[in-house]
Design a protein. Structure first.
Length: 273
């Protein structure tokens, strides 16, 4: 099994300023690298569905790589019952889960599954990663395939990732009813065109936030660019600024901070120059 933690965290603030071309060139280069990598991914991929913190995932897969060195399956299985002992330290339980997930054995998967059903502690996300790794390793061993396991902070389903996006208004004012109606219509149209699904949409003063399920190989830039262009052809009320990420979901307070201390402040500085 090959594991890929796929992080897309595009915070593109493209105002009409002298450095616009440089920013766009950086974005184009970054985006092309992402798309090239995605097109090299085989069809037998598995995507982590659950939302799990990226840093925790990195630590899990770091330990997973190290666990395979000199692993004794009999010894690991003999120690497995320590998972269910309250006296076993958390770090030892983490190590046991990682080791069990590396065995490619049905009895190891059943132990992780049992712990997953019984465990209601801080190890919930760690256990989920171990369960998914164990299940995929066992499948690949039985079927003779080498699947790619791809994860992100916001999870996904099938061949789609969950993305969080935000678009910003030209005026730092609440959206009018017709602007809300147009935005929602254009968002739904663009997502449908790219075989994507809108999960949520929230309107706030100065920005709109949404979550959507988007196929792994679809061009994110085009989707959000199309929404902005179509809305601006009719109403001219959106900035070219956008935020797209599959790493985390931003709160309204965090987006307000981005708007005030990044976009508007930068705009004021450029006007002063």
């Amino acid at each position: 099994m090959r594991t890929v933690i796929f992080e897309v965290d595009m915070r593109i603030f493209c105002n009409f300023a002298p450095n616009l071309n440089r920013r766009l060139m950086e974005f184009e280069s970054f985006y092309e690298k992402i798309q090239d990598a995605l097109h090299q991914v085989p069809d037998n991929i598995r995507i982590l569905e659950k939302k799990i913190d990226i840093e925790l995932q990195k630590e899990y897969f770091r330990q997973s790589r190290e666990a395979k060195e000199g692993l004794d399956a009999t010894e690991v299985l003999d120690q497995a019952e320590n998972l269910f002992a309250d006296t076993t330290p958390v770090d030892q339980k983490q190590k046991l889960l990682v080791q069990l997930a590396s065995l490619e054995r049905i009895d190891a998967l059943r132990l992780i599954e049992r712990f997953k059903d019984e465990n209601k502690t801080v190890l919930t996300d760690w256990t989920e990663l171990a369960f998914q790794e164990s299940r995929i390793r066992l499948e690949s061993s039985l079927l003779g395939e080498r699947p790619v396991f791809i994860s992100s902070g916001l999870g996904g389903r099938g061949h789609k990732f969950r993305y969080f996006g935000a678009l910003f208004a030209l005026e730092d004012q609440p959206f009018t009813d017709w602007q809300k109606e147009l935005l929602e219509k254009e968002i739904l149209f663009a997502l449908d065109h790219y075989d994507s699904e809108l999960e949520s949409i929230e309107f706030h003063t100065g920005f709109v936030a949404l979550t959507a399920m988007i196929p792994i190989r679809e061009p994110l830039r085009n989707i959000f660019r199309d929404i902005i262009m179509e809305c601006n052809q009719i109403g001219g009320f959106l900035r070219t600024d956008m935020l797209i990420t599959n790493v985390k979901q931003f709160s309204a307070e965090e987006l307000r901070d981005i708007l005030e201390n990044k976009i508007l402040k930068e705009e004021d500085n450029e006007q002063a120059d």
